[in-house]
Design a protein around this ligand. Structure first.
Ligand SMILES: Nc1ncnc2c1ncn2[C@@H]1O[C@H](COP(=O)(O)OP(=O)(O)OP(=O)(O)O)[C@@H](O)[C@H]1O
Ligand code: SF4
Ligand SMILES: [Mg+2]
Length: 337
């Protein structure tokens, strides 16, 4: 997936990656094929959702975008600047422009530090001496922006806060450096449903106010759909389908995307007709990233698989505006406008 996506039409992507490959050694000469040639683009002010079941490589993609660690091969560009291959000091400075929020907010925060120190950590590392002048006012503003009352939380330590409050502190910390891109890796998955909704609203507000671009990684279809402009569906280290999130239920054609949609309750899916033609999951053993299936990696679970799928890997091809799919045997749906 290269070049500007026709759905947005303009300019340099805020973040792009081409052909990312990440493999982990697994002993006795074997390796985990965690991410195998993933490309993506995030347009300014937009959110790309990354969806897929546990172990498909979502977090590895997120970390390699941050160069933590860099991918084994492939290119990452932040606003047109190539991050892969940057010298250590240049990379350290560039990292301030791309921040990540992780799944477990409590363990993401140093338990010994107070909220005000946690929030100020970024400027204390990356900021200039001038930053220190309005330190207190900036910490208070950052805390208020994420819905926390400074007087009540500044002196507290993470274990004295709720999970939702800790995630708000993580967001305040990440935004303190005014990043261009925010990567959220299962940022709401560990929170209660009502707190999830509050944090999702907060992220939406921050994105709108600051023109942030986001990569929102999660395994929950409805959460990803609700916050993303476009969704990239991954399976076993590969991209299956990329499409606008509001067209997912009507236009998704990849058998794996259809399988994910079939897991949604009917009310979230939209129409009964859509549900009726969603795929049912065939019972099959999950393949291993140590030894992924030949050809199409989804073939061992796919109801449409043919012999061709075992020998030929499907390329990610364009089906329509903003819509790409990696499958030999599906075409764009004609039954919906
Ligand atoms: N540091 C590592 N060393 C070895 N294998 C790893 C390492 N990190 C990830 N993996 C493996 O790489 C694959 C992708 O892992 P990753 O954490 O990216 O998946 P994920 O989609 O984020 O899963 P989850 O939804 O459970 O968070 C998995 O098979 C995982 O076991
Ligand atoms: S390429 Fe073949 S196995 Fe893969 S999703 Fe398409 S039909 Fe299924
Ligand atoms: Mg993960």
């Amino acid at each position: 997936m290269t070049g500007t996506d026709e759905m947005t039409g303009t300019g340099v992507p805020a973040l792009s990656a081409e052909n990312l490959v990440v493999e982990f050694p697994a002993g006795r000469g074997r390796k985990v094929h965690a991410v195998s040639g993933v490309s993506l683009e995030v347009h300014p002010g937009q959110t790309l959702g990354v969806l897929g079941e546990s172990g498909c490589g979502k977090s590895t993609v997120g970390r390699s975008l941050m160069q933590l660690p860099p991918p084994d091969s492939g290119t990452v560009r932040l606003g047109g600047v190539r991050l892969t291959g940057l010298a250590r000091e240049e990379l350290r400075r560039a990292r301030a422009r791309i921040q990540i929020i992780m799944q477990d907010p409590v363990s993401a925060l140093n338990p010994r530090r107070r909220v005000e120190d946690l929030v100020w950590e970024g400027p204390s590392i990356w900021g200039s001496a001038a930053d220190a002048g309005d330190k207190d006012a900036r910490i208070d503003r950052a805390l208020r922006d994420v819905g926390l009352e400074p007087a009540a939380v500044r002196d507290r330590r993470p274990h004295e806060l709720s999970g939702g409050q800790c995630q708000r502190v993580c967001i305040a910390r990440a935004l303190m450096l005014d990043p261009e891109v925010l990567i959220c890796d299962e940022a709401v998955s560990s929170l209660d449903v009502s707190v999830q909704a509050q944090i999702l609203n907060l992220l939406e507000t921050m994105k709108r106010q600051r023109g942030l671009s986001m990569v929102f990684i999660a395994h929950d279809v409805s959460v990803v759909k609700s916050i993303s402009d476009r969704v990239m569906v991954m399976y076993l280290g590969k991209t299956c389908e990329v499409l606008p999130s509001d067209e997912m239920q009507h236009r998704a054609v990849h058998p794996y995307t259809r399988l994910l949609l079939a897991s949604l309750p009917e009310a979230q899916l939209g129409t009964a007709a859509t549900r009726a033609d969603a795929y049912e999951a065939p019972a099959a053993e999950l393949p291993s990233p140590l030894n992924p299936p030949s050809g199409c990696r989804f073939r061992t679970r796919c109801p449409l698989a043919t012999e061709r799928c075992a020998v030929e890997e499907p390329a990610l091809r364009r089906l329509g505006p903003g819509h790409r799919v990696a499958c030999h045997h599906v075409e764009a749906r004609r039954d919906h406008p």
